[in-house]
Design a protein around this ligand. Structure first.
Ligand SMILES: [Zn+2]
Length: 436
């Protein structure tokens, strides 16, 4: 618990004792703070049923112990969440400032999402779109095979030769794999570059840092585990070949200005400055993930817009990886053509989870329209089985966050404004539907 918050609790207790003595009206705690505390405890309780649910927690240890000991049943968690939501709805806004209103909306969506997660774990059936709306406050567009075929046709023209597009794409990319022995050096350089770029625009707290670990046998390619106190552990999965674009993508996405910065800014601004305890916990299947993944992906482009990225790749990352820096532009030209294919993953997930595709058909869809190798498509199917409609947070999140920031004037030609809006968005409560 941050020391500031503890001091405040003691002051409130002392004040209430004094006022009692004077027969004055008892001071009432902010109902939002009570609801926030209930919320944290409910997320911890649900974490007892769902190992993936609590992504980060750095609040009071006794709340964690309490959740473990009381081991609330799912229906009890649901009842308490419904009560907290009713308390929130009946408490009415005390202040109508932007930040207080944003807090209320965030809490309301977060409680609704928690209730939906309980329902899913209790066996309630939801379609893919119902689930993403309930958990993340967003629904991804449905895109046809023809839509993706249009993208593939452009790629087809760009990669002439023998074999299927996937075979040609794979052959092309063979020259851009980071050799395992260079992996750490390339990542460390990418992280340093992202950090330096971010520090120009965001005041990072002294002592913030993260450690990188290389792991295997995971359904994801990278993961940020936020530890609190401005520290993260970032894990990189080395099961499959890592292409050079992943170095900067992962460094920005997991680190700067992505997840690591997002988490530490919320800790500093919401928990340490305001004592808003709901930000001591991060439930993975919640509206916060739409913002987390959307800003982490869009953040790559904020920190390294095209020209700046190409320069870093040419002068630092390609040489460190022992790759030919003369081929940077060629590589990114092809990469850019594949961007839209991120949305094809949503269709595989939607089809598979809605029962319209079996596992083999989903893998086939991913190899055809997401241009994934068979091994990567199978890894992605494991991800879909584990995280379900979470997949929309990456591509739709990135698009919605990008459009929001650009609509407010944070266009690529105005980097200062782009960074200011980005930094503001990752320092406060926000949900998907308010960005649209
Ligand atoms: Zn992420």
């Amino acid at each position: 618990m941050p020391s500031r918050f503890r001091t405040r609790v003691i002051l409130v207790v002392l004040l209430s004792l004094l006022l009692d003595g004077c027969q004055a009206v008892e001071p009432q705690g902010d109902p939002m703070d009570e609801i926030a505390e209930s919320f944290v405890k409910l997320v911890l309780a649900l974490g007892q049923h769902d190992a993936d649910y609590v992504d980060a927690y750095f609040g009071p240890e006794e709340w964690q112990l309490e959740a473990r000991e009381s081991a609330l049943a799912l229906d009890e968690i649901r009842n308490r969440a419904v009560s907290a939501l009713e308390a929130l709805q009946s408490s009415g806004p005390e202040r109508d400032e932007d930040l207080a209103a944003a807090r209320r909306l965030f809490m309301s969506k977060s409680l609704e999402s928690l209730i939906a997660r309980v329902d899913l774990l209790s066996g309630v059936a939801m379609t893919f779109d119902q689930e993403s709306a309930a958990l993340y406050d967003a629904v991804a567009p449905t895109l046809s095979a023809e839509h993706f075929q249009g993208v593939l046709d452009k790629l087809d023209d760009r990669l002439p030769g023998e074999g299927s597009i996937l075979e040609r794409f794979d052959a092309f990319r063979q020259s851009f794999v980071i050799p395992p022995e260079s992996l750490d050096a390339v990542f460390q350089a990418a992280i340093e570059a992202c950090r330096q770029e971010t520090r120009k625009y965001i005041d990072l707290p002294p002592g913030e840092s993260f450690t990188v670990e290389y792991v295997t046998d995971k359904s994801w390619s990278g993961y940020n585990w936020y530890k609190g106190g401005y520290q993260s552990l970032i894990q990189v999965n080395t099961d499959l070949p890592i292409y050079i674009d992943r170095a900067l993508d992962l460094a920005c996405h997991e680190g700067y200005p992505g997840h690591h910065v997002y988490n530490l800014l919320l800790e500093r601004e919401m928990v340490n400055e305001l004592g808003w305890m709901e930000f001591t916990i991060y439930p993975l299947f919640s509206p916060r993930s739409f913002l987390a993944e959307g800003t982490a992906n869009f953040g790559i482009d904020v920190a390294f817009p095209s020209g700046k990225r190409l320069e870093l790749e040419e002068t630092v990352l390609f040489p460190l990886a022992g790759l030919d820096p003369q081929r940077v532009r060629e590589y990114y030209e092809v990469q850019d053509l594949t961007k839209e294919l991120g949305f094809a993953g949503n269709e595989a997930a939607r089809g598979y989870l809605d029962g319209e595709m079996d596992a083999e058909e989903a893998v086939e869809w991913l190899t055809t329209y997401s241009m994934m190798s068979r091994a990567r498509a199978e890894q992605r199917l494991r991800f879909i089985e584990q995280y379900r409609s979470y997949v929309i947070n990456y591509n739709l999140g990135q698009r919605v966050v990008g459009q929001y920031i650009e609509s407010l004037g944070g266009t690529p030609d105005r980097p200062e404004e782009r960074w200011r809006l980005f930094s503001d968005l990752i320092s406060r409560p926000a949900v998907a539907s308010e960005l649209e």
